[in-house]
Design a protein around this ligand. Structure first.
Ligand code: MN
Ligand code: MN
Length: 296
């Protein structure tokens, strides 16, 4: 990796880490989910970062991909378990990091095991480490504490302007294997749950990403594509464009573009048995001897 890329990864990590620490003060009983997401996204931009994906605010059995709509009325309740997932980029070089706060006080051991699983995974990272060994240590750490890892969510490699590049990092002993190489940048993200240990898709999606350029006939769809153009390398939230057109037309335009495979929808993922879910995530650069955590 050349020095400029390394500098950009570190800067994205520094911003993500700072915003993450600051965001903890926003997560409290009575706070609006929409306000939390808007504030975090504004802060990323104020700090000079680009948004690598809409801020996720996932509550209780929601594991991933929950971004509020422009009219979201969700309010944090005093017993909620809240996960914040933040993505920052500098010139396309990504930092992806997440944490969970337990307002109920009932899931301390689960969160501890989840954090330890992340720490144990990171301690294995160096060139030549097999990704299946990472999955195994995550699984063991979480199951030893009496919880389950989510088996169908994984960490992932990142590359410039590519949030999910190539390599996946499993959270269980996986039937596939690959070795880490020096210079790879990977997001490690174990999830823990007291539920079944799998996520399923809901019907609702607020996060979308651009797939490929194709002609489309619907006028609103073309307007929306023009809006997306400058940020099309990364996933976006429907609410970012809420002021550009009537919400019904926007929703129709999005559905049309998804059906035409110009956009991809990323539905909200929730735990199969409505278990409570936690997540801790760091982005690391694989170095000669081990790794450098950029988002610490
Ligand atoms: Mn993430
Ligand atoms: Mn990630």
């Amino acid at each position: 990796m050349d020095d400029r890329d390394l500098k950009a990864y570190r800067e994205a990590g520094r911003i993500a880490s700072g915003v993450k620490a600051w965001s903890r003060t926003l997560v409290k009983e009575g706070a609006g989910v929409l306000g939390i997401a808007d504030k975090i996204e504004s802060r990323i931009k104020e700090e000079g970062g680009g948004i690598a994906f809409p801020v996720n605010v996932c509550i209780n059995d929601i594991a991933a991909h929950y971004a509020p709509s422009f009219q979201d009325r969700g309010i944090i309740q005093k017993e909620d378990v809240v996960t914040i997932d933040i993505g920052v980029h500098i010139n396309g070089f990504i930092a992806d990091t997440a944490y969970t706060l337990d307002l109920s006080g009932n899931y301390g051991r689960m969160l501890e095991a989840n954090e330890l699983a992340l720490k144990n995974a990171i301690s294995l990272i160096k060139p030549g480490t097999s990704v299946s060994d990472i999955g195994e240590i995550v699984q063991k750490t979480i199951t030893d504490a009496g919880y389950k890892p989510i088996e169908n969510l994984t960490g992932h490699e990142v590359k410039q302007y590519d949030l999910h590049a190539g390599l996946s990092i499993p959270n269980i002993r996986a039937p596939y294997d690959r070795e880490l190489e020096e210079g790879m940048v990977i997001a490690i993200e174990p999830f823990a749950t007291n539920g079944y240990g799998r996520v399923i898709e809901s019907k609702k999606a607020e996060i979308f990403s651009f797939l490929e350029e194709k002609p489309t006939r619907m006028r609103e769809a073309r307007i929306l594509l023009k809006e997306i153009e400058p940020i099309k390398e990364f996933p976006f939230a429907e609410r970012w464009f809420a002021e550009k057109m009537n919400p019904l037309r926007m929703s129709l335009a999005l559905r049309t573009l998804v059906a035409e495979k110009i956009l991809e929808a990323h539905p909200v993922l929730h735990e199969k048995e409505k278990g409570i879910v936690s997540q801790f995530e760091q982005t690391v650069i694989v170095t000669g001897e081990g790794c450098e955590v950029t988002t610490e």
